[in-house]
Design a protein around this ligand. Sequence first.
Ligand code: KG4
Ligand code: ZN
Length: 336
Amino acid sequence: MLILGIESTCDETGFALVRDGKEILANCIASQIDRHAKHGGVIPELASRLHVDACLPLLQKALNEAGCTLSDVDLISVAKGPGLIGALLVGVNFAKGLSLALNKPLIGVNHVEAHLYAPLMEQSVPLPALGIVLSGGHTLLALIEEIGSYRVIGQTQDDALGEAFDKVGSLLGLDYPGGPAIERLAVHGDAFRFPLKAGQIKQRPYDFSFSGLKTGVLYLVKGQNGNKEDLSVLPSLALQDVAASFQQAAFEDVIQKALLAAREFGCRSLIFGGGVCQNQTLRRLFEKLSPLPLFWPPAGLCLDNAAMIAGLGYAIYAKTKRDCGLDLDVQPRISL
Ligand code: KG4
Ligand code: ZN
């Protein structure tokens, strides 16, 4: 079965062709990052318009790379949410049009669930597992008893982890997105120079809060009670220590909560998804500290992409045979 996956939840347009939910024939992504970078974050209206421009050329590119035509496609899978409403409408309506024209079934999938499905595309994983999503829009821990059955046991109360990286990156004068830039800057930094800490939520041991950590960085860089517009008061050498200390504090918090949750809920493995999982320091720290096997997304499947959308769509369709058809609608705030 050949599945066409379509992703347009935020600032990446993705088209992928995946055979039987596992074999990736093409995974094409058009990133809008350069167009949003000068604004320091994603502008929703601009994102929608850029998705419109990208859809047709990217579909053609994916078909060329996979060496197939539209008539070879057996199933269309599209991310229906969560995400930006305008951006989602572009992908979902494009998918509906294709489904109608080709007379092929259409399935709408949850983008966050797809992030957790990415590591499962190439390997099978001992269950129950703890799913850990660390992306620009989401940060959560979920108990996975079986694929398709999730219980969210903790999530961020303010910023997502990737969002905190992006905001701290901007405080440090780094390019958007801040995640990869902070990782690079932190390589030569002293991760224990500044005593930063992520937030703890009363009686919710698995929830996250990164806003205080962000303010901690603001005060380090701009001085106590400094504000974002002040010119940096730290020399550049210290900035790498700030980047490393921020990264260390954020990751220590995620790892400590994840391992505690895994123990409490009797998990047999940890499954990761989302853009922050590209970070090599995060991977090394988890590898050092976790007694359980770790399942990371394969190369190219951490950041937003359509291969994971196709993979999950196949898994759900194989189980339910349900065709959402033209009733499919976007669900911008859907939870896992
Ligand atoms: O999963 P993703 O593409 O988007 C969402 O679904 O939200 O993740 C993008 C996020 C951005 O916030 C970016 O800064 C972060 O992932 N990111 C990283 C790294 N690469 C991307 N964060 C930390 N270290 C990285 N190497
Ligand atoms: Zn995502």
